[in-house]
Design a protein around this ligand. Sequence first.
Ligand code: ZN
Length: 109
Amino acid sequence: MHELGITQEIVEIVIARAGGARIARIVLEVGKLSAVLPDAIRFCFDLCSEGTSAEGAVLEILEPPGRVRCRGCAVEFSLDRPFGRCVCGGTDLDWLGGEELSIKAMELA
Ligand SMILES: [Zn+2]
């Protein structure tokens, strides 16, 4: 489960940014094509934040949909999984968005 390492990193970053202040809310952006499971992040967050200034913070996760373009016929469409097939049957897809994994915002208590 690579979400544990990712969540550990996120917690370390927000704690460093907060400079010792308690964190009330964290907003993450986890694209649908990032292959990271928001539920796993939530689960790991409770573990990783225990005993830190991020403990008890509200974790909000935004999930922007994936945008892809078919290399076969140039049609653009949305995907909510990291794989898919174009209406033309093509599976050779350019990913335009939805791979985001970032900290969008945080609020101090
Ligand atoms: Zn196509």
